[in-house]
Design a protein around this ligand. Structure first.
Ligand SMILES: CC(C)(COP(=O)(O)OP(=O)(O)OC[C@H]1O[C@@H](n2cnc3c(N)ncnc32)[C@H](O)[C@@H]1OP(=O)(O)O)[C@@H](O)C(=O)NCCC(=O)NCCS
Length: 186
């Protein structure tokens, strides 16, 4: 797919807005993602996570956007757009197959009030309408109950278990595969 552009105006509902990451967000992104739950479920490397990774990711993510592979968003408070609640991405964007995947994480203070569900709904709707996706995937670890609840609340169907799906923190991990088709978003 050709270069991806961030949605204009930015995706938002009455609670959350999704905007590009900025260099000024690096300390908030590092603090939020350093939380043990993010590290357990969303940090695939066996290396210790540091602020240098966040800085490098910013450059990698821009390259992915230019290559048409992914769009990475800061999830922010709609009333205070400098206040980072977490991160979300449309990734593995495949124009030929009209498919993509959605991912997300939240800082601990942002959890437990439906923020991830709102975020996934915004990204899914935009992906179906503007990227003409025919299928959106959501994958997570078999023990990630909160993430599976987010998928189910958004209307995703649990399609199966991918055994030994990916290298994760030095071992191979199974993955639960969820899929959402146009018209199925809850
Ligand atoms: C996944 C995540 C984004 C969900 O955040 P959230 O929107 O605040 O979700 P909630 O805390 O409201 O929880 C969603 C559901 O899971 C349930 N849940 C939350 N933590 C749980 C746990 N440890 N065990 C079982 N259920 C849990 C909640 O009760 C809620 O259920 P409901 O839909 O019946 O109300 C957040 O937990 C997170 O950032 N986790 C770390 C990173 C991560 O796992 N990212 C996803 C990788 S696939």
């Amino acid at each position: 797919m050709s270069t991806l552009s961030f949605p204009r105006p930015p995706l938002a509902d009455e609670v959350v807005a999704l905007r590009p990451w900025r260099r000024a967000d690096i300390p908030q992104k590092f603090a939020g993602f350093s939380d043990p739950l993010c590290q357990r479920f969303s940090w695939p490397s066996a290396e210790r996570f540091t602020e240098a990774h966040v800085r490098r990711n910013l450059e990698d993510e821009e390259r992915e956007r230019l290559n048409g592979e992914a769009l990475n968003f800061a999830v922010v408070d709609v009333a205070a757009r400098e206040h980072v609640l977490g991160g979300a991405q449309l990734y593995d964007v495949d124009g030929a197959r009209s498919c993509a995947a959605v991912g997300y994480w939240l800082a601990p203070h942002a959890r437990g009030r439906g923020i991830a569900t709102r975020t996934v709904r915004l990204l899914a709707r935009w992906g179906f309408e503007r990227l003409a996706l025919a299928r959106l995937e959501l994958t997570c670890g078999p023990d990630n109950t909160a993430s599976q609840r987010v998928a189910e609340r958004c209307g995703f169907t649990r399609e199966g278990m991918l055994r030994s799906h990916l290298p994760f923190q030095g071992v191979r991990r199974d993955t639960v595969m969820y899929g959402l088709l146009p018209g199925e978003l809850d």
